[in-house]
Design a protein around this ligand. Sequence first.
Ligand SMILES: Cc1cc2nc3c(=O)[nH]c(=O)nc-3n(C[C@H](O)[C@H](O)[C@H](O)COP(=O)(O)OP(=O)(O)OC[C@H]3O[C@@H](n4cnc5c(N)ncnc54)[C@H](O)[C@@H]3O)c2cc1C
Length: 595
Amino acid sequence: MIGAGPGGIAAGVKLKKAGITDFAILERADEVGGSWHENHYPGLEVDIPSLAYQYSFARNPNWSRLFAPGAEVKRYHVEVARRFGLYPHLHFGTEVVSEEWDEDNHRWKLHLADGGTITARFVISAVGAFIKPKEDPGIPGLAEYRGKIQRPSDWDDEYDLAGKKVAIIGTGASSVQITPSIAPRVGSLSVFQRTPVWCVPKPNPRIPRAAQLILHTPGLQAATHGAVLVAVDLLLRVMSNAPMALVRPTMRTVDAVAIAGYQGLLRTMVRDKATRAGLTPNYGPIAKRPTANTGYLLAFNRDNVELVTTPIERFTETGIRTVDGTNHEFDMIVLATGYHVFSDPETYTPGMVVGEDGLDLGKFYAEHGLQAYESVSLPSLPNRWTLVGPYSWTGSGWHAFVEMTADHAVRAIAEARRRGATFVAVRRDAQESYHRTIYAHSEAMRFYLAELNAHVPTYYRNSQGDSTYIRPTGFFRARRGHRRFPFSDYRFELLRPRPAVEADTTPDAVADEAASGPLPVGAAAPAKPRAARTKSASGAKSATAAKTSAAAKATAGAKTPAGAKSAAGRKSGTAAKSTAAEPKPRRRTGSNGDA
Ligand SMILES: Cc1cc2nc3c(=O)[nH]c(=O)nc-3n(C[C@H](O)[C@H](O)[C@H](O)COP(=O)(O)OP(=O)(O)OC[C@H]3O[C@@H](n4cnc5c(N)ncnc54)[C@H](O)[C@@H]3O)c2cc1C
């Protein structure tokens, strides 16, 4: 598994619940929690109710607030990972830089930032939606600026804000939280806005002890969340199934009414008329990620906060120059300029994921548009599932949706193991037919985002004009699809076993061997038991007796960064075990000790 955010944790727990314990979770950071570990900027909290932002298998009745603070959300994830025994599987500081399918061995080779390689039978990519913050804000001269740069995802808590002249560029979800929380502390705060954000008030009361006790009632939280999901489901279904002749005028009307309503809200919250005008969106409320924060609009009533709508020309040594020639000087500039997101083809750089027959995911998406069977798998990427893939978000809380994509991956892996298969890939016709349906159902979203609101920059619409963020089927249909997809939509095969050989004990004995193609499962006899071994980069060996079936055991392979021991083996002893259960590789895969 790659990634230990909410999605990776969900998949880890689901694997364990399915009785699969030989897996490794590779995480580039030094703790679990994903976005909630990475981000600790002032004002961070969830913007959907905490009760909807949690796992169905670990409901927390003790949330301190209706919308929990970021640190509490992170603690929750650490606690879940601990409670379900994921720490022995975790390998922190392990960044996967590229994934390469090894056809000869029916395995993935995961190349690491430290130069090492891990091999794995199956890969679950849980790298999230907000893959990495945009380093380049798209404004010239950043290197010239001599003051302090802050980024929401890399906030320097030690930096003293008191009395400082501060700028924040961007008005997305992070900016909406940072602005009101730092405004009382700084000398001045200038908010540089390209597009006004929809921001509705969000009362955030403490949850009293009595209410927490009530939340302990079995089934109560599930029922409440379920009711919300029904509403979300209905909305998405109506939107994706209604005739376009009805959808178009309805959407226009809803947008116009919503904008008028928002102007009314602004009149009650923001005193200055010009600022109100600047804060008024000229696009519909769901064309861009809407936000919720009571303090954001109110912050513009403070004497030390200004809204700057004049476009930025460049950074200077001392601050920012706007296109009207004004030089603004700042001690600190916050770059709240967004992320590379999963729904953009550009996020998948060529060479990052290379599958069967050299299929390059980056090039494929650039040429054919984003697509995946049930948002998780592609025919040429066998043994691999993505938790947050094209057309995946179900409009629900994040956990509900990554739980269902994790269910899909685990179900396919469990079935492969049950059949003794070493190869499982979605059938091309199943994937293409699924994509045709999803694409057709996205017509309303495409109209809304690419026509009605085409003038708004938004990650809900990608550079290809597609709205690949949202799954236009409704929540329950999506869940059914993931939990009950027909196995006939997948191909299960077994790596053809080699004739049994004597165990060889010389260091270089894993010689090149003749390649042979896979067999459909059922046609092959299981590999004969034999001895096998792993070799680490340091040359250490470990011999283990093989179990019976060729595919019976392997999920994670051996990690061998330069000079290191097998990572999976180091923590859980699984690498040697899984390798031993595999058919002997037909070709040695590298000098760094790939098993
Ligand atoms: C600041 C912020 C606030 C958010 N607030 C909300 C909210 O209030 N409500 C809501 O519904 N959603 C919110 N989201 C969106 C979403 O719920 C979170 O991003 C959530 O954490 C996603 O979980 P994930 O596991 O899918 O991805 P992530 O949390 O992003 O976790 C991915 C993990 O994979 C690791 N990783 C990535 N690439 C590699 C690699 N190549 N090798 C090894 N490890 C890798 C990362 O380090 C990370 O730990 C927010 C997102 C952000 C960024």
